[in-house]
Design a protein around this ligand. Structure first.
Ligand SMILES: NC(=O)c1ccc[n+]([C@@H]2O[C@H](COP(=O)([O-])OP(=O)(O)OC[C@H]3O[C@@H](n4cnc5c(N)ncnc54)[C@H](OP(=O)(O)O)[C@@H]3O)[C@@H](O)[C@H]2O)c1
Length: 255
C-alpha cells in the first residue's frame, strides 16, 4: 500500500469490527487515519493499539445521524490532519426483526443510521472532493441489500437504499476525479454478527475482510463484494423470478 495515495483516511464506524480492522491495517501501511464512532473510549483504545505502527489513528468521536456534526467533524479532521483522500463510510447496525417485533422506531432508526448516516457524511465530503477534483469514497452496504431476505425487512431495505444511492452516484461522479466504491460484505465476525442466532455461511474474520477491502480500494473497483462463493450465489438469486426465489430462500433458511 502506498502512503501517498491515502495520506489522510477517514473511517466512520471505526471503533469495532470491520472498521477497526480496516483502520489498523491502513495504519500498518503508514496511513494517517481519522477514526469516528460514538464511543470515545473504544476509539482511544484503538488509537493506543496502533502505537508503534507506521501510521497513526486519531479519534474523532461522531454520531453520523447528526448531519451538522458530520460537517463539523470533517472540517476539524481536514484542519488538523489535512485533506481527506480516502473516506470509508462504514457506520451501521443490524437488527433482525420478525413480524411480532415490528415497530416503526426500529425501521426508522436503522434507516437513519445505515442510510442517512452515509448521506450525512457523503454530501459534505463530496463537496470538498469536487473542489479538489480528487478523492476516493467508499460506502459499506451489504450483500443483504441485493434482495429481500427473512427477518431483514428493516436492515435489508436500508442497505438496498445504499446500493441504489451508490449506483446512481457513480453516474453523477463521472469526470469529477472522485472514485467511488461500494463495499458489499457477506458475513464477518464482529459485535454486529455476534448477536445473530442463525447459521452464517462463509463467515470471515475482520482482518480478512479488511485486507479484501483494501485490495479492492487500491484497484478502485466500483463493487468490492466478498467472499466470492456467497456473492456468486446471491447475485444468481437476484436473477431468479419470484416464483423460484421465495421457495428456494425459504428452503435454505428454513423460514
Ligand atoms: N459484520 C457483517 O457480517 C457485515 C456484513 C455486511 C455489512 N456489514 C456492514 O459493515 C458495517 C460495519 O459493521 P460491523 O459488522 O463491523 O459492525 P460493528 O462491529 O457493530 O461496528 C459498527 C460501528 O459503527 C459505529 N456506530 C454505530 N452507530 C453509530 C452512529 N450513530 N454514529 C457513528 N458510528 C456509529 C459503532 O460504534 P459506536 O456504537 O460506538 O458508535 C461501531 O464502530 C456496517 O455498516 C454493517 O452493516 C457488516
Amino acid at each position: 500500500m502506498s502512503k501517498t495515495d491515502w495520506s489522510v483516511v477517514w473511517i466512520t464506524g471505526a471503533s469495532t469490527g470491520i472498521g477497526a480492522a480496516l483502520a489498523l491495517e491502513l495504519a500498518r501501511g503508514g496511513c494517517t487515519v481519522a477514526i469516528s464512532a460514538r464511543g470515545t473510549a473504544a476509539l482511544e483504545d484503538l488509537a493506543h493499539q496502533a502505537k508503534g505502527l507506521a501510521g497513526e489513528l486519531w479519534p474523532y468521536p461522531l454520531d453520523v445521524t447528526d448531519a451538522a456534526a458530520c460537517v463539523a467533524t470533517l472540517e476539524q479532521i481536514e484542519a488538523e490532519r489535512g485533506a481527506v483522500t480516502l473516506a470509508v463510510l462504514n457506520a451501521g447496525s443490524h437488527r433482525a426483526l420478525t413480524l411480532n417485533e415490528f415497530e416503526v422506531a426500529a425501521f426508522e432508526s436503522l434507516m437513519r443510521l445505515n442510510y442517512m448516516g452515509v448521506v450525512n457524511v457523503a454530501l459534505p465530503l463530496l463537496e470538498r472532493m469536487r473542489r479538489r477534483r480528487s478523492g476516493q469514497m467508499a460506502i459499506t452496504a451489504s450483500l443483504a441489500g441485493y434482495r429481500g431476505l427473512p427477518t431483514a425487512s428493516a436492515y435489508g431495505a436500508s442497505k438496498a437504499a445504499l446500493i441504489n444511492f451508490a449506483e446512481a452516484l457513480e453516474f453523477d461522479l463521472k469526470g469529477t476525479g472522485i472514485a467511488l466504491s461500494l463495499i458489499n460484505p457477506g458475513f464477518v465476525r464482529t459485535p454486529l454478527t455476534d448477536r445473530n442466532t442463525f447459521p452464517m455461511p462463509f463467515l470471515l474474520e475482520p482482518d480478512d475482510a479488511a485486507q479484501r477491502i483494501i485490495r479492492g480500494l487500491r484497484q478502485r473497483r466500483f463493487e468490492i463484494a466478498f467472499p466470492w462463493r456467497f456473492v456468486f450465489a446471491l447475485k444468481l438469486f437476484r436473477l431468479l423470478p419470484y416464483w423460484l426465489y421465495f421457495p428456494l430462500v425459504r428452503r435454505i433458511t428454513r423460514s
